[in-house]
Design a protein. Structure first.
Length: 315
């Protein structure tokens, strides 16, 4: 037997497996605006526990981006402790959720709010110096953009960029309105549209990233601490796996080189993939602005719900 040839074949086999593994789509979960607001269908503790339990069932560690004003009380501390004790990253999302691209908001006032948000979370053991801009807006002028970039660098912070942006908040708002109107409403179309929407945006941003970087990146998906995700996050994770996505921890995703990018665009914001695509002549003209918004989902969502209701009538 030619053992040298066998070793060569084995090495080639391992290389092919490794190459295929690294070529697969990978996504992590970042959750904005943890809160103790009461929602229809579930009290806040049940909603919070449902999201935590789903992540635990899938052996995932997420990053939560904390807006200080939403948790700066005893209930909020209880909520943050539950995430901290479960080993998830505790990150800064400002204190007041200000819109940095507003012409009336100065960099100085936004920076003060950034530090106020930091003060709410810095005592937690999984406190991580990642900052996510509210609404993903990073400054409407070069000066405001660069002011915050300097503040982040001087304070050893990194931008907690999103790679996959979406509008789960819009679907959650529509579903909550429906439940308030009718507690027994069929939630199936909301679940199905939610999963379809996230899969579609994930594939879009992954395709865009490959065009720009010619490789698979480690993604950070933006979702919210909402009733929608309390009810259907498990369904989404299963659907992502079935569609070829590998689920990874947030701290692993944020090690990707894409998070070191600082695109010189103005106004600045959106997904970091969108920002990089804005600089690329081959992709810049195809981009919409804002990248994601409820206005894009309203028509398709209403059509989807009506078609579902018609199918139920015909049964």
């Amino acid at each position: 037997m030619n053992f040298g040839f066998c070793r060569y074949c084995f090495g080639l086999f391992i290389l092919l497996i490794t190459t295929n593994l690294f070529a697969q789509k990978q996504v992590s979960f970042t959750i904005d605006d943890p809160n103790t607001n009461e929602t229809p269908a579930l009290p806040w503790r049940d909603r919070n526990n449902a999201i935590l339990n789903t992540l635990k069932d899938h052996n995932l560690k997420a990053a939560i981006f904390v807006c200080g004003m939403r948790v700066n009380n005893s209930k909020g501390k209880e909520l943050l402790n539950s995430w901290d004790n479960a080993g998830h990253l505790i990150c800064n999302h400002s204190y007041s959720h200000l819109y940095y691209n507003s012409k009336s908001l100065s960099a100085e006032n936004f920076i003060r709010d950034f530090f106020r948000g930091d003060s709410v979370i810095r005592t937690y053991k999984n406190y991580t110096k990642l900052f996510r801009f509210p609404y993903l807006k990073e400054g409407n002028t070069d000066a405001k953009r660069d002011s915050m970039r300097s503040v982040l660098a001087e304070n050893n912070y990194s931008n907690g960029h999103v790679t996959i942006d979406a509008s789960d908040w819009f679907i959650d708002a529509e579903m909550s309105k429906a439940i308030k109107s009718d507690p027994n409403v069929d939630l199936t179309p909301y679940r199905e549209y939610y999963i379809q929407h996230i899969l579609g945006r994930a594939n879009y941003y992954d395709s865009l990233a490959k065009k720009i970087f010619n490789r698979e990146i480690k993604h950070t998906l933006l979702i919210h601490h909402s009733l929608l995700n309390a009810l259907f996050l498990d369904d989404l994770l299963i659907a992502l796996k079935e569609n070829g996505w590998i689920l990874i921890d947030a701290n692993q995703a944020f090690k990707d080189e894409i998070f070191k990018e600082h695109p010189p665009i103005s106004p600045c914001g959106e997904s970091i993939v969108w920002q990089c695509a804005k600089l690329n002549p081959a992709t810049s003209e195809s981009l919409r602005y804002p990248a994601e918004d409820g206005e894009y989902e309203k028509g398709p969502f209403e059509k989807f719900v009506k078609e579902y209701e018609l199918k139920q009538i015909k049964k």
